[in-house]
Design a protein around this ligand. Structure first.
Ligand code: IVH
Length: 845
């Protein structure tokens, strides 16, 4: 290929990859597999390198670089103003009145969602992204172009040819909830401090020095405002539609509204619908559509007169801080929890709020007994936002963060640059020991079927599990284990999980009324309707909603909708209950049921639930013998008795606390899981040890490089750092881990138990008869081991095992119950389908 041909090929590949990027990230309709994309990207990289082409806007530049970028401050061409806020319909009506007074005519409004991320201004010159600047102070911001280029939904070169020569476009950089949650799961797995919310994480990510880390964080961006001296269209809405054609991600959830009523409808719809979006929103922005009218209206010093932001209410209330307690997590991180005088917020009664860390306590200047403001937004754990210092009692004492672990007494530490306090007693602190065991048995580690969090809790409490190695002593302890039973209730009365266990999902209360509607259906009902709507639900509404929001996989038919509506109509007690509880209620405390269903007074109900706490206990106390249990002391014992004897409620169905019981069958299952785990490859054992910073990938890399635990134990920090992707922090942590006598002893015991502590060498000399062939193995082969061995066999014979079917797949080996999608896809790509026997016969194995 001569240079000219190469340049031609480079341009083609760039265009093709940009097209795929656009289809994947903007339209969410990918056309090729990730693998094929990566291969093309590699080709392009090689060509650009060979022919010394350095195009800053090539798709190859999206992967980020390792060169650290110090951010330069850039002045905005157009100041980045903020919006004035409105919190009620009246304030929007006032806004509308002001607008009409100035422009003197009717006008169209555009309603958009207010995305809750980090704002960004992009400059395009001749269709090419030249600069990305953060808001900064509105006048000047940080130049974060290198980082922004890694965001796949942002076009580096525009599509089409009718874009203005020079313009800016503004939008919001966001981290989708699922990416954020995944990131936190990984952090948790590695034992690192968790991130607070997607907004701060997105903002923090944008300012990272290493753009390859930014690239890995999967940020997204929506755009909502275009500026320039020669923009072709008058309408804001129309401009955004054009911007979409040029390749920008523009929200589809935008409407042109002809009048205020339509604006209010938009707001009402999104007040709840927003919880179904993949990213965070905190309001609705209302903008005058016409640019001509916008110019007419102009700006105040701080914000445009042509737009206003309606902020969704984060429900809040004031209450009294009773005390602060401390929860120790699996990784030793200590979270302070505020215990509050119960207060109703957004349909639930709030008794606890997370305080996150010591800095937050200090910044709030919290004192015990303070009147505090508590906020609850969406499904998020309530938080304290402010203190009413005017109401502070003169002699109240400030909250001082504890110095020792509340679980084991060890002195807490705080690592440099981290907000959280940790208990360093990794191997002696109960929640940390339990956490290590849970990690060890988890799916990605040893994958021990039959042992989960509840089993570990139970066996730990009974002193039958004190460390990981005890798992392999379970078989000898059958006599003490079979027959064990416990309720799955968190023990710590001050923990946030305990609070969760107290609350009863509303669908359970509905389910308790005798009828033939399933719990799953009721769950769907509660998700899509408010209690008041449910109280008088009609089949027609159910049918319509079911068509829009499918319950599970199928929609309800007329008959099912009829049944659901009839079920609710049948019980006037249930209807009264639903009408009485606040309209956003999705879960209730036991006293709520006693007050609103049994008809008890608030005082009595609170006394009972203070004493018995969980509905399970209240009900059992009630049914076993009301008099004996002392419930009779309450004036309203008669009401209670009547309630428990009611023929229409099955009280056991209200109970949402599961019971764990290890009977013979469960025990056998556990034994099987333990046996199987002895074949888990070394990398999984290594990951399972839970060494700080050694996640799944790091464990794989270490296993591949050092081959056995003994070699890894002997490795120096220097040798470790020499392994690809292993940095100083990981190396130090690994060396530190193996320095500890307890850990070395643990490894010896695991060795004795028969675990694989070295890489199983692939048998050499086997004829590589499957070389060049790609297989997919799916379905049930009798046991997991058989399936895993089959995969191993294919690899040992030189074949490749892929997880999904693509056009590169040659054979699908299908066991029982192989998924129909896989089979159909295999047919589509002309993949040969074998069962295990056919496979063996075909290759004469
Ligand atoms: S318009 C001059 N539209 O909210 C008006 N802003 O307080 C420019 N935001 O800084 C902003 N979603 O970061 C606009 N659909 C939307 C928005 C939005 C989120 C953010 C933006 C802005 C802040 C205004």
């Amino acid at each position: 290929m001569n240079r000219e041909e190469a340049l031609q090929k480079i341009a083609e590949l760039q265009a093709e990859l940009e097209e795929h990027n656009y289809k994947y990230y903007v339209l969410a309709q990918p056309e090729i597999s990730d693998y094929d994309f990566d291969m093309k990207l590699k080709d392009l990289e090689k060509l650009e390198k060979d022919y010394d082409v350095n195009d800053p806007n090539s798709p190859t530049k999206r992967v980020g670089s390792d060169i650290s970028a110090d951010f330069e401050q850039v002045e905005h061409k157009y100041t980045m103003l903020s919006l004035s806020n409105a919190y009620s319909e009246e304030e929007i009506t006032d806004f509308d009145t002001r607008v009409k007074k100035i422009i003197g005519t009717e006008c169209e409004y555009v309603c958009e969602l207010k995305y809750d991320g980090s704002s960004i201004s992009l400059t395009y010159e001749n269709g090419i992204l030249v600069r990305a600047v953060t808001r900064g102070d509105g006048v000047k911001g940080d130049d974060v172009t290198t980082n922004v280029k890694t965001i796949r939904s942002i076009p580096l070169k525009l599509r089409g040819n009718d874009y203005p020569k020079n313009f800016e476009i503004r939008g919001e950089i966001l981290m989708p909830f699922d990416v954020f949650n995944q990131l936190n799961t990984e952090l948790k797995e590695r034992g690192e401090a968790l991130l607070a919310n997607p907004r701060n994480t997105a903002a923090g990510t944008l300012k990272m020095k290493n753009s390859s880390v930014v690239a890995s964080r999967k940020l997204d961006a929506y755009f909502y405002y275009m500026l320039g001296d020669d923009l072709p269209i008058d309408g804001h809405y129309e401009k955004l539609q054009k911007a979409r054609e040029w390749g920008f991600k523009i929200s589809k959830d935008t409407d042109v509204c002809k009048n205020l009523n339509e604006v209010f409808e938009f707001i009402q719809k999104w007040d709840t619908e927003r919880f179904n979006l993949p990213v965070a929103t905190d309001g609705v922005v209302i903008k005058v559509n016409s640019k001509r009218l916008q110019d007419n209206l102009g700006f105040t010093a701080k914000s445009p007169r042509w737009a206003i932001a309606f902020k969704f209410k984060a429900e809040s209330a004031s209450t009294v801080l009773k005390s602060v307690s401390y929860q120790v997590g699996r990784t030793g991180a200590v979270t302070p929890v505020a215990n509050l005088e119960p207060v109703p917020i957004a349909g639930t009664i709030v008794k606890r709020a997370s305080l996150h860390n010591a800095d937050i306590i200090k910044n709030l200047d919290l004192h015990v007994g303070d009147t505090v403001f508590v906020e609850k937004g969406g499904e998020i754990i309530p938080k304290i936002t402010d203190v009413d210092t005017a109401q502070r009692k003169p002699k109240s004492s400030p909250v001082v963060f504890i110095e020792n672990c509340p679980e084991c007494g060890t002195q807490l530490i705080r690592k440099e640059g981290e907000a959280a306090h940790y208990c360093p007693n990794e191997d002696g602190c109960p929640p940390q020991i339990k956490g290590k065991m849970e990690h060890f048995v988890s799916r990605k580690a040893m994958d021990i079927d039959g042992i989960g969090e509840q089993t570990i809790n139970l066996l730990f409490k009974k002193n039958l599990l004190k460390s990981i190695t005890d798992i392999y002593k379970i078989p000898q302890n059958s006599a003490s284990i079979i027959g064990l039973e416990a309720l799955n209730i968190p023990e710590d009365e001050t923990s946030l999980e305990y609070d969760q266990a107290l609350k009863i999902p509303l669908e359970r209360v509905l389910f308790a009324f005798k009828g033939s509607v399933s719990l799953k259906t009721l769950e769907w009902l509660v998700k899509h309707f408010s209690p008041k709507e449910i109280a008088s639900i009609q089949p027609k509404e159910l049918l319509e909603t079911s068509k829009k929001n499918k319950p599970d996989v199928k929609t309800f038919g007329e008959k099912e909708c009829e049944t659901i509506s009839k079920f609710i109509k049948k019980y006037h007690q249930l209807q009264t209950f639903l009408k009485r509880i606040p309209d956003q209620t999705k879960e209730v405390y036991p006293e709520n049921i006693l007050i609103n269903l049994a008809g008890l007074s608030k005082e009595t109900a609170e006394k009972i639930s203070e004493k018995y706490k969980f509905y399970y206990f209240i009900y059992n106390a009630g049914t076993e013998n009301i008099e004996k249990e002392g419930l009779i002391n309450f004036m309203e014992a008669g009401l209670l008795e009547e309630f428990f004897n009611s023929k229409i409620i099955d009280h056991s169905r209200i109970n949402h606390i599961s019971k764990i019981s290890i009977q013979k069958k469960t025990f056998e299952n556990i034994l099987k899981g333990i046996e199987t785990s002895k074949n888990a490859p070394f990398e999984k054992v290594l990951f399972g040890l839970g060494i700080r910073y050694v996640g799944e990938t790091v464990a794989k890399k270490l296993a591949k490089r050092f081959r056995s635990i003994d070699k890894l134990i002997a490795a120096t920090e220097e040798e470790l750092v020499n392994v690809e992707d292993i940095g100083g922090r990981i190396a130090e942590s690994v060396v530190e881990y193996f320095k500890d006598e307890t850990h070395l002893k643990l490894i010896e015991e695991l060795r004795k138990a028969g675990l694989l502590l070295e890489v199983q060498e692939i048998k050499e000399n086997l004829p590589q008869i499957l070389e060049g062939l790609t297989f997919v193995v799916t379905g049930n082969f009798g046991s997991k081991e058989i399936r895993e061995n089959l995969k191993l066999q294919i690899e040992q014979l030189g074949g490749k095992v892929a997880s999904g079917i693509s056009k590169n797949t040659n054979f699908l080996v299908a066991g029982d119950k192989a998924g129909p999608e896989k089979i159909n896809k295999a047919k589509k790509f002309n993949v040969i389908i074998f069962n295990k026997t056919e496979f063996e016969e075909h290759f004469k194995l």
